[in-house]
Ligand binder design. Structure first.
Ligand SMILES: [Zn+2]
Length: 299
């Protein structure tokens, strides 16, 4: 375990979110005082996180509040959010005939649908750290790389700058460094190519779920928590100009699309106010306690 600086702006000036340890088995959650990015700053090393996703995910998940079954893209809620992301991104970039690289592809359901007649992607490629998932990808004849995005970029020099679209679907929040993954996406995109990020993080907009369904004890496999502004910050820092974002205010999802620039001109970004973020979590905790944890309804 190490205390890492802010993944978005690099600052060491972090504040603890007071209510978080109650939901995270005593673990702290931080907000960056400089840019407002919410993150698990004290966390496992990249190697440990990778192992957790590859080998421990199913067991970890069974022990938490997240699911009553093993995690799979065939769960209705997962299917629904993938469909939402697919339609939104397709409207923004049109997958038809395009080459698509999916970072953190899981079992390949997203790519499987993209290459079908409805979306008509020209080529699909999966980057996935789980060996079990890669066996599934092989069975589905989805070309894949076993490893994380940063490793793929190191090892596949011939594919740099060749993809029309790089998708990061409910994955960026789970990576050790979201900024390293966005950098990998930039390297994989062809000039003018697009990155599309979908996430369930959604800070500073009305609460759509109780707090214990948002943060939990498996902090190390979910270290990054985005608002629209901090996700736009990650896009900008990596060299993507934001082109599309969904109406996240009344949706459970945040989906954002960016266009690759040549990085010659810095792209400005705003971030969040840390005091506003701390106040937001304070209210979310109060609402959660009132509605879901006292005598309130249990979903
Ligand atoms: Zn920061």
């Amino acid at each position: 375990m190490e205390l890492y600086p802010c993944d978005l702006c690099g600052s060491d000036d972090l504040a603890e979110i007071a209510c978080a340890p109650t939901y995270m088995a005593g673990r702290p959650l931080h907000v960056c005082n400089s840019c407002g990015m919410v993150q698990v700053a004290f966390r496992k090393t990249p190697e440990e996180v990778k192992t957790a996703w590859a080998d421990e995910m199913y067991r970890v998940d069974e022990k938490t509040r997240l699911s009553d079954a093993t995690y799979t893209a065939r769960m209705p809620a997962v299917h629904a959010r993938q469909t939402f992301a697919m339609d939104f991104i397709d409207e923004a970039v049109s997958f038809r005939g395009k080459s698509v690289c999916d970072l953190g592809a899981g079992e390949g359901d997203f790519l499987e649908v993209l290459r079908g007649d409805d979306y008509g992607a020209g080529e699909v490629f999966a980057v996935e750290p789980s060996a079990a998932n890669c066996r599934m990808l092989d069975e589905r004849n989805i070309p894949n790389f076993l490893g994380i995005a940063e490793e793929y970029v190191d090892q596949a020099q011939d594919r740099l700058g060749t993809f029309d679209v790089v998708t990061i679907i409910w994955t960026l929040e789970n990576c050790h460094s979201a900024s390293d993954v966005m950098d990998a996406a930039w390297r994989l995109c062809k000039p003018g190519g697009r990155v599309a990020v979908a996430t369930g993080s959604r800070i500073l907009v009305p609460f759509k779920k109780p707090l214990q369904y948002y943060i939990g004890p498996n902090a190390d496999v979910h270290p990054h928590h985005f608002s629209a502004k901090t996700l736009a910050g990650h896009m900008a820092q990596a060299g993507f100009r934001m082109t599309d974002v969904n109406r996240f205010i009344d949706s459970d999802y945040l989906v954002m699309v960016g266009e690759k620039t040549d990085r010659t001109a810095p792209i400005s970004w705003e971030g969040d106010n840390a005091t506003a973020v701390l106040g937001f979590f304070e209210r979310w905790d109060k609402e959660t306690q009132g509605f879901y944890m006292a005598d309130g309804p249990t979903p």
